[in-house]
Structure formats: structure tokens, C-alpha cells
Design a protein around this ligand. Sequence first.
Ligand SMILES: *Cc1c(COP(=O)(O)O)cnc(C)c1O
Length: 362
Amino acid sequence: MTNKIKPQPGILDIALYQGGASAIAGKTQVLKLSSNENPHGASDAAKAAFQRAVHELHRYPSTDHAALRKAIAGVYKLDQDHIICGVGSDEIIHFLCQAYAGKGDEVIHTEHGFLMYRISAMAAGATPVEVAERDRTVDVDAILAACSKKTRLVFIANPANPTGTMISQAEMARLADGLPPQAILVLDGAYAEFAEGYDGGAALVESRDNVVMTRTFSKLYGLGGLRVGWGYAPREIIDVLNRIRGPFNLSGVALATAEAAVRDLDFSAKCRADNARWRGWLVAALRDVGLGCDESHANFVLARFASPAEAEACDLRLQSEGIIVRRVASYKLPDCLRITVGDEAACRRVAHIIGQFKGEGA
Ligand SMILES: *Cc1c(COP(=O)(O)O)cnc(C)c1O
């Protein structure tokens, strides 16, 4: 059979994204620590807004997202005219690639970087370029050395996923200032709220014309199921991205719920404090049983085992106890497991099983 229907060049080279697992065969009760979801769910205020929005389902939503942008701008002390909202920050990443990179252009991501950067670059017809990290941390010198006349976008997550490490404000500024003139630095701030005293790169966006920040409601705000993210960028870039954004990309339900979520400062403060406390506890517990574990600035920790085989065996052991964590071999970390920081009970339980596992092997 000769099939003349073919996608654009490069599309079939894209490896399908594999999300964090959410089920174990034969188990009805599972503890899911594989997708960096908020263990407290969404705030009551957000759920109430979701319920109220039910009465408006027949209405088309706002196209300019003015109310949500105003709420975000108020809470984060930003300029609402420099904000764009998307279907998760994934959509903002997609817009950036579509608008700024095409055939013959290069998009830089790092060794253990988020897989969506590569997927979006290839979907736009551009060439992804992978740059090595140093000790599981973004290496600014290596990125600058990899830049060329073809570089259009540089993606880094700060804090990074799945490593949890981050680079300093000074390093981010050095990266932005060292890029070739046609390139944009994208600071993915999906986990920015979990890093103490960090603005996600907002000040860098405001003081430069080549920096974009992306943020999400999927992590701190516990709204991963709703799909809402946003970007903060110079006005020229926002105007470009708005041209390719669908006019009704976000539903009225999503807009109303996200707005209530971002305004619920007490809930986000509680989630942040809880995460910091149990993240520190979990890192210490993993180190106590002899695992490698970098300090994390996010809502997960990365446990390093002696070998890929040991990581796999521990993963299977956790599954047999009904606990799902994330294998990160596709992020070039085959000897590691990424574990979301759950609530107190979840952290104690996962640490206990891993401790038992390590004890048996000794
Ligand atoms: C979870 C995550 C996101 C968020 O994606 P959404 O599309 O907003 O759900 C973005 N970047 C990284 C690195 C992430 O881990």
C-alpha cells in the first residue's frame, strides 16, 4: 500500500511523551507520587469558583483573559499587559517554538531538561540541541558555548525537573546577556513558587528584551487537571504569541477557577510551607539510608541509587506496596527515582519502604 498522506518532516521522529503512571495493576488504593501534584489538592475557594462556573457553561469565555491576568499581576506584582495565558505552560512553550523557531533553526535544552522542549521544537520543524549539565545542574558556560547563529530559543527550568536543582539569579543574568542577539531565553518557572525568595525570573524579564518566563497552575495551585499556565514577556513577544493563540484557548471554567486559586494566598502559603518542611525531611531520610539526594528547590526529590538495576528494584518494591514514583531513565537518569513530596503520611510511608528496601540489600 502506498500512503501519500504524510505529516510534516520531523513529526514522526518525535518520541511520544510518557506521563507519570497513575495506576498499578491489581491495586485499587495507590499513593501517587509520580506527577508532582499538590497533595492537598486545589483550594476550597478554587473548587467553589469551579462550581459557580457551571452556570455559565453555555457562554463563550473571555478571549483576552483580562480578569485572570489582572489577578496574576496583582498577586505576583507584575504588569498585566505582559502576561499571556495558555492551556498549561505547555501551550506557552508550544507558542514560543511555533512563533520563533522553524526549519534550520536550533532550540537548546539541557541534558536532563523537560521533554516538552524537545517535542515542541521538533513540532515546529526546528532542531533540538542538547547541552550537557554539570552534576545534574544547568551549566551556563556549556549553553553559551553551544549557541550559534542558528540558536533561536534556549529553554531552562529553574528549579529544574527532574533534578530539583537551580542556578542563581546572577547565572541566569549571565546566560541572558551572553546569548546571540536573535535568541530568546525561556525560564520555565513551573516550580518557582517552591524556591525560597525566588521571583521565577520576573525581574530579568522586565530588565531585558530577550527573556520570557513561563508559569503554571498545575503544581503549587493543584490544578493540573484543569490545564492553565501563563507566560510573562516583553510586550513585543506577547503581541507575537497572541497572534497564534486560539481566541478561546481557555474555558470559562478554567479562567474562573484559576483566578480564585491565585487569589487564595492563605492556601498557597500553607502548601508552600508544608512542602518545604516535608521536602527537607524526605531529603534527610533518603540520605540517612545511603542514597544520593541533591538539595531540592521544587516539590519533589531525586533519589540516586547505586545502579539502574537498584533503582528499578526499588521502584518495583514501592509498586508492590501501592506507591507510584517516577522512573526518569527518559531524562537520562536511569539510576534515579523522582519522588513527589506528598503530605506527612506519604513522606513517612515512602521513606519507610525505601529504608526497608535498602536495609534488605545490605
Ligand atoms: C509540570 C511542569 C510544567 C507544567 O506544565 P503544565 O502544562 O503547565 O501543566 C512545565 N514545566 C516543567 C518543567 C514541569 O515539570
